[in-house]
Structure formats: C-alpha cells, structure tokens
Design a protein around this ligand. Structure first.
Ligand code: GAL
Length: 999
C-alpha cells in the first residue's frame, strides 16, 4: 500500500510511479508472523527444480507475461539465480550499488520469474474432503521483494529478505496442476534497509513449503521457560492461540496453556549444557512438539547473567555463506558450522546481520550456543550523506522496520539459545530503532536488547561496540570510559554490561591482538567477551580463463562498484577449512587455563567455563625431548567448578620413568612438558579425546650442538679464489666479487642469502587507509625496494666476511650488515655457518616488515621437517596456537592459501629445519638460537603481485626466508593495528644460522 509519507523529509523522489516493490510497505497479503514450529499437520516441501526466466527490468517481466511458454529454463529452489548463470553477483560493503533516492530503485532491476507446476498429494486434506482447515504457502527467505500468484490469483507481495512470509492459498489451491508463480525483484525499497556488507544475491534462497493448517490448529505458541538459580526450580508457561494442553513427559507435567507452573529440580539450559526437555502442545486440531530449555537471562549489577551466572561470550559473527550456494546454505553445512564452532571453543554467535535460516537456531538450541539474533536491517550507505534521510529515523519507514523486528521475534521466540535481540546493524540512530526496541520489549521482556550503532544505548540493555581498541575496552572495563554529553544517559550506560559485537577482523593473515583482548575480557567483570568478525570468508568458487579454480571476491565478476576482498575476512576459508586465525582463536579462548611450571613441576589449572565443572575432561601430561614424546601419563585434576583453579603436581622423575619411554630418550636434548585437557567421553559435537585446551613449558634448554669428544676442525678459506673463480669454504662456494653464496652442500644457490626486510603485505598491513597504513609507510619509504651495496669481501683466516649497506632509494637511513661465514668439519660432516650483524643508521621512519636473510635454492626440495613452532603458521602476535614440537609437511603444505595472496606460512621458533628432495638429498638449517621459516616456490614480489592463489605458479627455485623477527600482524584492516610490543623497530641485531646435511 502506498503511504503518503513515502517521501522522506530531505530526499525527494519523483512520486510519478511507485510500484509495490518500491513502496515502503513491508508487503501485502502475508499473514501475521508467528513462531516457527513443526507439527503433525501435513506439510509439503516445494523445493526442487522450478521454471525460471530472468528479465533485465520489471517492465520486461511484465510484458513477457503474455508470452507464456517463452524462454523458461530450470533453476533449483532454493538458490540465487546469479550463482546459476543468470546475471552476476556483486559485492559491496557500505555504498549502495544504485543511486540513493529512496524508495525508488533503478529501472535496471533484474527480475526473475519463478514458476512451479505441482499437484497436491492424493491424501492432502482439503475442504472438498470435508477435512476443513486451510493451506498456507510459506517462504522462508526471498531477496529482496516478491509477488506470489497461485493459478493466476495474487496471494500477496513481500519484502524482508531474510524473514518468513506466509500466505493463505484460500480457494485458489487445486488438487492438480497448480501453477505457482513467484516474481522476484533484485531491488526494492527493502534494499535500502538491507545494505549489509555482503554479496547482493537475489532469489528464493530459502525453502518454500505448503502447510496444511487443520481446523483448530495452533496459530502461534510462545514458550516461557525460566530458571531460578536460587531455588533450582524452573517456571513454565506456554501461551498458545488457541489454547490447549501441554505435556512434558520427562517431568511428569501436564498444564493448560496460559497456566504458570513451578517445576522443581529441572536442569537449566545453557550453551555448556544445552538441556532440552521434549514437550507437546495438544489442541483440537494439532499436536506441536516443543523443546523446552529452562533459562533466565538478566542484567544483574551491571553484568549479563543467565541462570544467575555471568557469561563470557567467545563468539563469532556468522553470515550465512556457502562458496557455491551463497546464502542458500544446505542444512548439512549449517550443522557443520555449529560443530566447527563447538570444536573450536566458540560458545556464541551473532547472526550478522539478519535472522538465519530457522534450522540454524534449532542446532544452536541442541548443541549449545548463546545467540544474538539480529534483525534484517542495515542502512549503512546513508553514512555517506551524514545519515540524512536515514530510514532508521524517518517515520515513513516505521511500519517496515517494526515488521522486520516482529517477524524475527515472532519466528524465533521459542529458542532458548537466543538471549538477545539485536535491532540491526549500522543503521545510525533514530526513532524507528526506538520504536523497534519498544515493540520488542513489550512482546518479549525476558531477553536483552542489543544495538551497536547508537552509542547512547538509550534503547538497549548492553553497551556494545565494534573494533574498539584495547585501551578503550580497558577503560570501559573499569567503567571509566569517556562520558556521554547527557549525564543521565551516561550514568545509565556506565551501569550496563559491555560486549564487543565485532572485534578482531579476521581478514587474511591474522587477526593479531586476540590474546590481549581476551586478557581484558577475563580481567574485568563488565567486559563479557565479544564476537570475532567474522566466521567465514565470502569467496565464491570460480575458475579463471585457464580453468584454474579460485575463490572470487568483489570485482571478479566485472562489477564496476565493489569492495574487493573485504568480504574475505573470516576464520574459515570459503570451503570451511579452518584458517590459522580460527586455531589461534580456539587457543586464546580455551575454557581451561593450563599454566605449566616446568621448573616447579606443577601445573595451574583454571576452570574458565561459565557453568560446568571439569569432570568431563581428561587431563594428560607428556614430556618431550627434542620434540619427541619420551614419556606420558594421565593427570589427576580435581573437578574444579567455574572460576576455580588448583595447582596440580606433575609426576616426579620416578613416575616419569615408570610411564615408560614412548620414544628413544635423548638425555641431552631440549625438554618440554605439555599438559592437555581432552573430552573424557564423546559429546554430541566431538568424540572422546578431542582436545579442548593445552599448555606447554620448557624444562631444559637445548643441548650443545656438538657431539662430545668429536674433533671439530675449522675450515680455512683460501686467501685467493680457486681457478674457477670461486672461494670455497667448507660445503660452500662463494662469488669473490660480492661474496654471494653460489653452492651449498652441492646444491646450486639461485638467490644468495642476504638481508631481507620486506614481506608481501597482509590485508592488515594495508589497513583501510591507503595513506596511513603501515604498508603505505613501507611503500612511501621504499622499504619494498631496498638496495644492497657490497662494501667489501674479505677472507679473514677462518671466515669470509662480507660487509654491506642495505638501504632504500631516496632514504637517509639504512642498515649496515656484516655477514660472517665460517666452515667446519666434524668427521666427514661439513657445516657452514652464517652470522649476521645488523646496525641501523639514520632515523628509521617506520617499523620493519621483517628482519632476516632470504635465499633461493635451485633444487626440488619438497619435504620440510622442523623442530619448533607448529604445525601451522605463527607471527609475533598470533603465536598462541603454535606449540613446540617436531612437524613435517610439503612445501605446498607450508603455504596458507589466503583468498587474497599475502605474507603467510611463517613457522616460528624453529630450532632446525630439514629440507629434502625426492632423491633424499637436502639441507639442514639450524638456528642460533631459533628462527622463523617461510619456504615457497615463488618470490615475495610474485606473492605480492598475485590477486588469487592460482596466480602463483611454482618455479624451480625454493625461496626461503630465515627471519630473526617479524612485525606483528594486528587487525588494522578494521580495528587497531599492531600493539607496541609487537612492532619491529630497526635496532642492533645479531643472529646466525648453520647449514649442514640432514641427519
Ligand atoms: C563492520 C560491519 C560488518 C563488516 C565489518 C568489516 O562495520 O558491521 O558488517 O562490514 O565492519 O568487515
């Protein structure tokens, strides 16, 4: 229906022709929203292959209506048509991809006609059988506006892409030969309030169902199941329309709807123990199974509690995404998401930025995740005009926005997992947000209200921010944040609990800084955790011209306006392989603190769960020498309650011996103790033995590298080059002119080792601001183009000394370097050592990206074994998940395939690494004391130039970086940069590496 107020106060549109997809109404004809539930009433899924045809404009669709039978193809429903060869996806973050002139949309409005011809099953109840009732047609998600016709009669229109709409088929449904026609418009007035940071993907992307509603069927049901932690009693009331009886067999309960009963001795629901009680609502026409989770959400003394216990949210923001299906996420994938979350110590999800498929919330109830359910609302693009005309503040949009709140709340109100309703995302401030908040509070006063975009928090129950720096979060933790102008609102906000609804932007390599955030969350009671942005990279599976597969991001479909790879910012790669960021997050948020003190032979174990004790975990210790487990055993840890901790003794030498050697003990090697906590028994989400937490500490330093008693002979370099013009020093030959290494243990050295300070910039290095990012500084100061001047090559008895200055063109600063090579012989074994002495000069205006030597070996060395941090990559501020051990993989396995290529794969704290070829030959590199290793078949320049991993074509040379230090990673792609302790500044540095043959 066209309302007079469709024209906003500032933004005036030509009112000439407002169509149903442009008017501000949420639609016409849909029934009032209600709870999602299944019942014993008949349903028929209409998912499957439908007829489809796409038109460039709505007018073309209109015109073609007469020409039935023309141009139909098959399209699966649910799906997005752009992922099936009709049109193309487009990715934007904030900016609207069309002129902003609400509520008008472009004439070029891809319009997809969907058609399904179907018969009712023979036994489908219908008025003609006297069975009574009616049949509804439900759409769970259609983007962005649609019109439904059944057998030529219009049932209605709807907007609100991620919301359900039900239409009464009335007298139009036939037993046979029904023609269901759904016209879907990509753009509508709804698009103005659906400006989420994601691909624009139109279509019927969630299920379509036919539902029989028997006479006397339940219209709606609202379960109120609370839990009083003081008495241990549950309370239950089930409101239903019409009323009936509720039974909970397990509790021996029968009650009338509308009646409140106290239920002694129930087990409450929590994300840690998602206890559900099966119940049934029976009324005249229908039986509805219900799942009850007893729990009470509150804010007590400025802290969010559930069942009286404060929560610490270890959360992620989850967009619905699948690399082949976009937001048409199959059920198995939703389940995989939940299992992956549980297995990575995640306990909360924000359904950014719209209500998810309802089945996802069933899974959250069942497996246990705290949920912030978010309304399908974002008007972020208005920020470019200083929020003028923002639908969130224009009364003309009130009905549409309330409809969005109501459809979410009504659909999802029976999920115990949902503890907060979120009004939407990045929609500025305004009266409609206030109205949504009022509506929700009135309908469901028992959950909290969340919205981040209004700093006054006037309409919310929690203070929520995104990407606030550590410093600011700490101030908030102390309730000492910068005050609001209005003292009343300030006092109110200061008393609220705090969460970061988005933090730690997981774009590309990173995020760094997680540990420091977690420390704050665990220190200040007001800080109740947060939600990493985001769960999964939105990379769409594609192939390049050469047929090579890759994951596409913004611009890959030729879109003129796009935000590039800003959509690839998840903890999972698009195919749901966990990225190093997820493994780091799992470690940082682990719910059990394990702090090993190897010297004291004790371990401090802390229970960081909110609800459960540690009885479900089995603890074990192991002792490792040079990365080999030499003894292991079980560890008795008391079943500590939440927040409790205890110091537990590790076994004495006696018991260690009794535990037996599982590998040959090397009495001299470096010794570590590891303590692990694993699931004692299988759970719904992981098998017994699944690792939940671990800790490690070093008990003894590395052994002397030399075999005692062996005769070591320093190798002398000849004072003049040999006949072939090379200087030979032990297993190395050198170029006498510049001192470059030519061969090493017989392997041709294609790129002689020399100082390298540059890395292929990460998304976080590049940050959002091309001017101020650390990458911009590196480029401005030519740190990516360092020049190497050789100042001298001298053979000084036992060593070859090369002096050099490494500095950027145009720069008044640099690094003076002394490379000192020495060789030695022990029996038959030869060894070449390099020590590097670096002295900065001038004033360095920026941090260094990395510091180390880079070299390239022309040999098919493909297998890497190392003793050090692993198994995955780590950088100074992302190294919690790396444990010291012996690891092995291929050169391919050494790469982390970020959707947008960038620095990756560095293994830290490497004591030694052995590189081997297919013929067994190879090289061993020993650090003095340890180094970080990257190994690739392409150069840093090629890595930086690549746009997709498929651009990286392996060459013949194995490029190695042996780094003494790296600049941290941070999370500046959205949020704070590298924290001060992890900045790499040019300072006097010495380090060394030794090259031998593999053992
Ligand atoms: C936030 C926004 C998210 C996403 C993120 C950056 O501002 O709420 O939707 O855009 O930034 O990736």
């Amino acid at each position: 229906m066209l309302r007079r107020s469709v024209i906003g106060p500032r933004r005036r549109s030509n009112p000439a022709k407002i169509t149903y997809y442009e008017d501000l109404s949420p639609g016409t004809g849909a029934l009032a929203p209600r709870a999602a539930f299944r019942s014993d009433a008949r349903t028929l899924s209409l998912n499957g292959d439908w007829d489809f045809r796409l038109f460039p404009t709505a007018a073309h669709a209109e015109a073609a209506e007469q020409a039935e039978g023309d141009g139909w193809e098959k399209l699966p429903v649910p799906s997005h048509w752009a992922l099936h060869g009709h049109g193309a996806p487009q990715y934007t973050n904030i900016r609207y991809p069309f002129p902003v002139d609400p509520p008008r949309v472009p004439t070029e409005n891809p319009t997809g006609d969907h058609r399904l011809v179907f018969d009712l099953p023979d036994d489908w109840p219908g008025p003609d059988e006297g069975a009574g009732g009616r049949t509804l047609l439900r759409f769970d998600g259609v983007e962005s506006c649609y019109r439904v016709r059944l057998n030529g009669r219009e049932l209605g229109t709807a907007k609100g892409s991620r919301l359900p709409h039900e239409f009464d088929t009335g007298p139009h449904l036939l037993r046979r030969g029904n023609v269901l026609s759904v016209r879907v418009h990509q753009w509508s007035s709804g698009s103005y309030v659906e400006d989420q940071d994601m691909w624009w993907l139109a279509g019927i992307f969630r299920g379509v169902t036919l539902l029989h509603r028997p006479e006397g069927a339940v219209r709606d049901v609202f379960v109120h199941a609370g839990y009083d932690h003081r008495t241990g009693h549950g309370t239950l009331r089930v409101d239903a329309d019409p009323g009936g009886r509720v039974t909970v067999p397990e509790l021996g309960l029968t009650l009338a709807t509308g009646e409140t009963v106290t239920v002694p001795g129930v087990q409450p629901w929590s994300a840690e123990v998602p206890r559900l009680y099966e119940a049934q609502l029976a009324i005249d026409g229908e039986r509805v199974p219900l799942r009850l989770g007893f729990r009470t959400v509150a804010v007590e003394d400025g802290v969010i509690t559930v069942n009286g216990r404060p929560l610490l949210l270890r959360g992620v923001n989850r967009h619905e995404f699948h690399p082949d299906h976009g937001r048409a996420v199959p059920y198995a994938t939703m389940r995989e998401d939940v299992l992956l979350m549980k297995r990575h110590n995640i306990n909360a999800v924000r359904t950014s930025h719209y209500p998810p498929d309802p089945a996802f919330l069933d899974l959250c109830d069942e497996f246990g995740l705290w949920v912030i359910d978010e309304a399908d609302l974002e008007t972020h693009g208005f920020t470019y005009d200083d929020w003028r005309g923002n639908p969130a503040d224009d009364p003309a949009w009130e009905e549409a926005l309330i409809d969005r709140a109501a459809r979410m709340v009504e659909r999802d109100k029976n999920h115990p997992s949902v503890i907060m309703w979120s009004l939407g995302n990045e929609s500025g401030t305004g009266r409609n947000l206030a109205a949504m908040s009022r509506w929700i509070r009135d309908r469901d006063p028992h959950r909290l209200i969340h919205y981040e975009g209004d700093r006054s928090c006037e309409h919310t129950d929690v203070y929520s921010r995104m990407y606030a720096s550590h410093e600011e979060v700490e101030a908030i933790g102390r309730r000492a944040e910068k005050p609001l102008d209005d003292p009343r609102l300030d006092a109110r906000r200061r008393a609220l609990p705090f969460i970061q609804c988005e933090y730690a932007h997981a774009m590309g390599n990173g995020p760094g800084g997680l540990t420091e955030y977690q420390r704050l969350f665990e220190t200040y009671e007001r800080l109740q955790g947060g939600f990493v942005w985001e769960w999964i990279d939105h990379g769409l599976r594609a192939r390049d011209a050469a047929g090579r597969p890759y994951f596409a991001y913004g611009g890959d479909f030729g879109e003129p306006l796009h935000d590039g790879n800003f959509c690839a910012d998840g903890l999972l790669f698009p195919d749901r392989t966990p990225s190093p960021g997820l493994l780091e997050f799992k470690k940082v948020v682990e719910p059990v603190g394990i702090c090993v003190d190897a010297a004291a032979r004790t371990v401090r174990v802390t229970n960081k769960y909110d609800v459960i004790d540690l009885a479900g975990l089995a603890f074990g210790w192991s002792r490792e020498v040079e990365g080999r487990r030499v003894a292991e055993g079980a560890l008795e840890v008391p079943p500590l309650g939440p927040g409790e901790s205890a110091e537990v003794a590790l076994p004495e030498a006696e018991r260690v011996r009794e535990a037996g050697s599982v590998a040959q003990d090397d009495a001299d090697g470096e010794e570590w103790w590891t303590v692990r906590a694993v699931l004692a028994d299988g759970t719904a989400w992981a098998p017994a033995g699944h690792e939940v937490a671990w800790g490690q500490a070093r008990a003894r330093g590395p052994a002397a590298t030399r075999t005692p008693g062996a005769r070591i002979t320093p190798v002398r370099a000849p004072s003049s080059p040999s006949l072939d013009g090379a200087i030979t020093l032990g297993p190395g030959t050198f170029d006498p002119l510049d001192g470059g290494l030519r061969t090493l243990h017989g392997l041709p050295v294609a790129v002689p080792p020399r100082l390298n300070v540059y890395r292929a910039t990460t998304d976080n290095d590049r940050g959002p601001d091309e001017e101020t990012s650390v990458a911009a500084q590196w480029h401005r100061h030519a740190v990516d183009r360092m020049r190497h001047r050789c100042d001298g090559v001298t053979v000084d008895g036992e060593s070859l000394v090369v002096t050099a200055r490494v500095a950027p063109p145009g720069g008044f600063f640099g690094l003076s370097v002394v490379y000192r090579w020495t060789g030695e012989q022990t029996g038959d074994a030869t060894r070449l050592d390099l020590s590097v002495d670096i002295t900065p000069d001038g004033e360095w205006p920026c941090p260094l990206p990395r510091l180390g030597v880079a070299m390239g070996i022309l040999a098919p060395l493909d297998w890497i074994e190392w003793y050090g941090g692993g198994p995955g990559e780590s950088y100074p501020d992302t190294r919690r998940a790396a444990r010291i051990g012996r690891w092995a993989t291929t050169v391919d396995g050494f790469q982390t395939p970020y959707v947008f290529p960038q620095e990756n794969g560095s293994r830290g704290d490497v004591r030694w690494a052995e590189l081997r070829g297919p013929d067994g030959g190879g090289l061993r590199i020993e650090g003095r004391p340890a180094f970080a290793l990257t190994a690739r078949r392409w150069t840093t320049g090629q890595l930086e130039a690549a746009r997709h991993p498929a651009d990286l074509v392996p060459g013949e040379v194995l490029h190695l970086d042996l780094d003494v230090a790296h600049h941290g990673i941070g999370t500046a792609s959205c949020g704070p940069g590298v924290l001060a302790p992890y900045e790499l500044r040019a300072t006097r540095t010495r380090f060394g590496v030794g090259f031998t043959l593999p053992n």
